[in-house]
Design a protein around this ligand. Structure first.
Ligand code: PEP
Ligand code: MN
Length: 337
């Protein structure tokens, strides 16, 4: 449940409510908005009598929260979460663009891509060093060597790095090189991994499971947040449907739905959502028009030779074109890029 304090509730009124809640062994999440404070209660609420809180000084009303996610819910925190990344704010007015290859393949490939996406206006560099592949015989990623290449590209371009972590035991290593930890679609419900990234202090890009509901995505965010890390960025990357023409189906509804349900930033991955480079620009524009806070896009200097996801990777000049058009859409919806 949440306790909505009156507009003129004092600090001591708020403290008294918190003390009362904690006495029952429950946790609180405080959201101090411009007008009023909301105290979210986490734990077995049966221990608390709703009437008792209702009667306390400064309390306006006590409202049950029926949804299973709490920390991630807009009821607990009406204001958008804003996550600072490399001098930009994820979850603010600016649309944050992450771009780069699916996989790190070589120093030259990453450097060339990083320079190109930076010039086009991207804010972060993406690239996988540990790759979750459907086949054990496919390229599995360059590992730590790949992370070093990403770090070298950051050194030169200033672009911060988003890269995937696949297992709890990889978190420390990847955290040494990355700025944002990516959880891939296949690991959205890897609870040990969610707990591990939840114990770091780094922004986490949490991709929706390809067969997961929006509520399941939010429950996974809740795992990360319940470990203390509230810097969660949600990513819709397409879901499986009966449609075969595209690799996945971009659930554009996820953007406004998530905006209703949660205060966390929402990013779209138009590359995996479509699986075809020809469709990436249209999906990116739709995402920004629908209110997405960011995009994560695959770019490769020579997609025909890419070791993974070449069919959906944009050449640098096409990415440049995309940025120009997406910028116009952003302006139309009063956002910047
Ligand atoms: C990726 O970003 O390259 C990737 C593997 O994405 P997903 O987990 O969404 O398939
Ligand atoms: Mn990929």
């Amino acid at each position: 449940m949440i306790v909505i304090m009156k507009m003129k509730a004092s600090e001591s009124n708020i403290d008294a409510v918190i003390t009362r809640v904690k006495k029952e062994g429950l946790k609180v999440h405080l959201s101090q908005g411009e007008e009023r404070t909301i105290i979210g209660i986490i734990g077995d609420e049966r221990k608390l009598e709703r009437g008792a809180l209702n009667r306390m000084d400064g309390v306006d009303r006590v409202v049950p929260v029926l949804r299973p996610f709490k920390l991630a819910s807009r009821d607990f925190q009406p204001e958008d979460t804003r996550i600072p990344i490399n001098g930009h704010i994820m979850g603010g007015n600016k649309v944050i663009v992450m771009a780069g290859p699916c996989s790190v393949e070589s120093m030259e490939q990453v450097m060339e891509t990083a320079r190109a996406v930076k010039e086009a206006g991207a804010h972060l560099l993406r690239g996988g060093a540990f790759k979750p592949r459907t086949s054990p015989y496919s390229f599995q990623g360059m590992g730590e060597e790949g992370l070093k290449i990403l770090a070298a590209a950051r050194e030169e371009t200033g672009l911060h790095i988003v890269t995937e972590v696949m297992a709890p035991e990889q978190v420390d290593l990847i955290a040494k090189y990355a700025n944002v930890l990516q959880i891939g679609t296949r690991n959205m419900q890897n609870y040990a991994l969610l707990n591990a990234v939840g114990k770091t202090n780094m922004p986490v890009l949490l991709k929706r499971g390809m067969m997961s509901t929006i509520e399941e995505l939010l429950m996974s965010a809740e795992y990360i947040m319940s470990n203390g890390n509230h810097k969660v960025i949600l990513c819709e990357r397409g879901i499986r449907t009966f449609e075969k023409y595209t690799r996945n189906t971009l659930d554009i509804n996820a953007v406004p739905v998530l905006k209703e349900l949660t205060h966390l930033p929402v990013v779209i991955d138009p590359s995996h959502a479509t699986g075809k480079w020809t469709l990436v620009k249209a999906a990116s524009k739709a995402a920004v028009a629908a209110g997405a806070d960011g995009l994560i896009i695959e770019v490769h200097p020579n997609p025909a030779e890419a070791v993974s996801d070449g069919e959906q990777s944009l050449k640098p000049h096409r990415f440049m074109e995309l940025m120009t058009e997406v910028r116009r859409v952003a302006q139309a919806v009063e956002r910047s890029i």
